[in-house]
Structures are given as C-alpha cells and as structure tokens.
Design a protein around this ligand. Structure first.
Ligand code: ARG
Length: 470
C-alpha cells in the first residue's frame, strides 16, 4: 500500500519501487516511529483536532502494534515503502477510519526527522555508556600499573621515561572528551520537528510544546523549513563518532605495536586474539586491527553525510533518505568496536619488565642528566650541550649514561658528582615528574581516582535526568 497513489494512473515500476524504498534500513526505527505517533495522536486529541475517543483508540492501536512487533507476533512487511507507511497501514488495517486520522497535520518529512532524532538520541546515550565503561577500565588498569616505567616516545623514538598508567590515562582523557562531545551533540539534537509538516507548518492549531515535552525534547524546532531539512544532528553525531574512532584507532595501533615481539609490552588474552592457518606460532591482534580498519569506514560515513547534504536546496529532498544508512553504520560500528575493545583492554596482560628494559640502558634519561646540571647552577642551554656531548661519547664508545664512569662525566663538566647516577635512575626520572599532568605514579593514581569519582558522579546524576527517555 502506498500513501501517495491519488494522482497516479499506474503502479510504480517494480525495480524503481525497490530503489525508492527505505524499509530495509529504516525498519529499525519502528519503536521510535510508534512513540512519535503516540505523542502526535495524544496531542491531536488534546487539541480537539481529532476526537479524544479516536485519539485514544489510535494510541492503544499503536501500543498494540509495538507489543506485537516486540513479541514477534507481527513482522515488518519488507514490501512496504518505509517504516512510516508500514505502521500507518497496519494501524488502519486494525482500526479502520481512526487509523486514517493519525497523519492529520503531519508529513513524512517531519515524521522522519523526528524518528531519526529519537533513534539517535537513544543510541547516543548507549554509546556514552559504553565509553564510560572503557574509561572505567582504563582508570583501573592505570592504577594497577601506575608505577610501571616505560619509554615515552616522540617520532616513535624513545624520548623520556613515563609510566604505563600515565599512557593509559592519556586515552582516558581522549575518551572523556568523546563522551562530552556526544553529550553536546545529543543536546543540540534534542528538539522536536513535529509540526513542521511537509515544509510550511500547518493550519491546524497544534500544540507543538506538548508533543515536544511528551517525547522528552527540550522544545520544538523554530523554523518549519529547517525542521524538515536539518540533518546537522546526523553529521554531528557521525563526526563525534569518527573522532572517537580515530582515538580507538591510535590506541589499536599502539596495542598492535606493543604485541609485537620487538616490543612485547603487552600480551592479549587468548579470547581476544586469533591464530594463523599456516603459521602455528602466530597470535594476532585482529581485534585491534579491525578497529583501526573500521575507522576508515566511519570516516567514510561522515564524508557520505557531508557530501550528501552540501548541495541540497531547502527543504526536504529525497537525497536525505541516504542519511540513515550512513549514520546508522557509524553508530553500529562504534558500538561493535567498543564491545570487543573493552574486554580486550580489560584482560590484556601487561609486561612491565619488558617496558622497563626498553626504557633502561638508552639515553631516555638524557634530559634528566641535563636537569641535574641545571640543579647545580648551570643554565639549561649549556647543560643541554654538555649532555649532548656525553651522549655522543657514550654512543661512540659503547657506554650508557648509567655505566659511564664518573671521571668521564667530570671530563665534560666539573659539576658532576657521584649522585648523578641516582639523579638519572628511571625511578627518579618518573617520580620527579610530579607537575600537574605529569607521569609520576602518585599523579597517575590521583588522576585515575579523580576520573573514577567523576564517572560515579555522572552515573548518580543520570539516574534522575534520563528517566523515561532512555
Ligand atoms: N523514507 C523517507 C526518508 O527516509 C521518508 C520521508 C519521505 N518523504 C517524502 N517526501 N518522500 O527520507
């Protein structure tokens, strides 16, 4: 059944019908479509646009459809043009004329703008929950390994010693920003387009505030053209998800490196690694690689949305039907990635001895050696030069800063004393970096605890705020 056959003399061509139809991907919004229709019908009844009795019958009918869909008693007809057509058709089959009144003062244009918002709002909150879980895992693992010394890198060259806990907390910070970005996106998305009609509003005396509040929106949209043609919320959510995926991808890249025999800083649990069909010794970090790979796909979805929108005149254009597959895929991909990534990080075995070995015996403490001289009164630039010369000597003669004899140190500068060895020990190097934001173990523990407290506060705060609008 089509909703728009009046002015046509022929059926739509079969292949064109399939091309035009969106049921294969918008049927996942069945619940939101029904919730939106219940709010619309309730408002139509309250405003006297549809008789109260009929409005109530419509709501009951819609609730019945939702229950039947959820219990599996009713299946979505894959031949329907879209989910809106299916629900309205089913309602009319059940109620007759009352069902036909549901679409009064509404267009599929404001209806679909509403459904996508309702659907994404829910998904956005679910993603935030998963990200909070990952941050939680990172904090716990950071506390566990707050004292594990590892090389910090720039240009993937050993640079200065840090702690593994500090490294993990860097990702926690990135993910906290992702959570707050999702929250912002969700806030801007949270306005109700119902009442925008096809593009020009409606002559019916609707109570748009009422529909908005019934659906848990902060208010109605303020311009009917924008109400039906805005897909910023899809682009913005996809952008948030793409940025988050980039974070997970960088983390994955590091995990892949850390798993290699060249690093061996971590070992993934068997449950989150795969083998090779030919090389019996292999244990591959496939999950991390897939997360890294799928990041390209999500960036692709964002590009799809931006490109799809960039040339569209106001108001609704059918191009916009393409919004759903792109943004849904971005949401699904992040959700799937997090579902695998969280337990992978939770269970990965950390090998602090190997991290320490990689940090020791090189020149990772050269800055601290220079700082030692600064502590004895030398200007930093001079101290830097002296230390550079010492490092060059060590490299040429097979020494490290740890085992270079004191007499040699003294040849380069008289301010060196026996306590230089203590000053450049890895523990001193990291323990001394207590500046706010630094890698000292006590900092890591304090920061991780601060974030854990923050998460707990968020959870406590959310209990009340989201009630009824999950
Ligand atoms: N399936 C359509 C979409 O996703 C619903 C809106 C249809 N409106 C229209 N005027 N054809 O955008």
């Amino acid at each position: 059944m089509k909703l728009w056959t009046g002015r046509f003399h022929k059926e739509l061509d079969k292949a064109t019908n399939d091309f035009n139809s969106s049921i294969s991907f918008d049927s996942r919004m069945a619940r939101e479509d029904i919730e939106g229709s219940i709010a619309h019908a309730t408002m139509l009844g309250a405003c006297g646009i549809v008789e109260q009795k009929e409005a109530q019958a419509i709501c009951a009918g819609l609730e019945g459809i939702l229950a039947d869909l959820e219990s599996g008693k009713l299946a979505i007809d894959p031949g329907a043009e879209d989910i809106h057509t299916f629900v309205e058709g089913e309602l009319t089959a059940r109620l007759g004329d009352a069902g036909k009144r549901l679409h009064t003062a509404r267009s599929r244009n404001d209806q679909v703008a509403l459904d996508v918002r309702l659907y994404l709002r829910r998904q956005c909150r679910a993603l935030q929950g998963q990200l909070e879980e990952l941050v939680h895992v990172l904090c716990r693992r950071a506390i566990e390994h707050s004292g594990a010394v590892m090389p910090g890198y720039t240009h993937l060259q050993r640079a200065q010693p840090i702690t593994f806990g500090h490294h993990l907390m860097a990702y926690a910070e990135m993910l906290l920003r992702d959570i707050s970005r999702l929250e912002d996106a969700c806030g801007r998305m949270n306005v109700c387009p119902l009442g925008s009609g096809a593009l020009a509003g409606t002559t019916y005396p609707l109570d748009r505030e009422m529909t908005a509040s019934l659906l848990g929106f902060s208010g109605p949209t303020r311009n009917s053209l924008d109400g039906v043609s805005d897909r910023d919320f899809c682009m913005e959510l996809a952008a948030c998800i793409a940025i988050c995926m980039v974070h997970l991808s960088r983390f994955s890249e590091e995990i892949i490196l850390w798993c290699s025999w060249e690093f061996k800083f971590v070992e993934l649990d068997d449950a989150f690694s795969t083998g090779s069909s030919i090389m019996p010794q292999k244990k591959n970090p496939d999950i991390a690689e897939l997360v890294r790979g799928k990041t390209g796909r999500v960036i692709g979805s964002l590009t799809t949305l931006l490109t799809m929108m960039k040339g569209l005149p106001l108001a609704y254009n059918k191009d916009m039907q393409e919004d759903k597959e792109a943004v849904f895929d971005a949401v699904d991909t992040l959700r799937m990635c997090l579902t695998a990534f969280i337990p992978m990080v939770e269970t990965m075995r950390v090998l602090p001895e190997n991290m320490r070995k990689a940090a020791a015996g090189g020149f990772i403490n050269a800055t601290d050696c220079a700082d030692y001289l600064v502590g004895r009164g030398l200007p930093f630039r001079d101290a830097y030069k002296v230390t550079g010369a010492i490092v060059a000597y060590c490299i040429d003669n097979g020494y490290t800063l740890e085992n270079l004899p004191l007499e040699k140190y003294k040849e380069y500068h008289h301010l060196f004393e026996n306590d230089v060895y203590e000053a450049i020990s890895l523990e001193r190097c990291v323990n001394g970096r207590k500046v706010l934001g630094g890698p000292a173990p006590e900092n890591v523990r304090r920061e991780a605890q601060r974030v854990l407290d923050l998460l707990q506060e968020r959870r406590a705060g959310q209990g009340g705020k989201d009630e009824g609008h999950d």
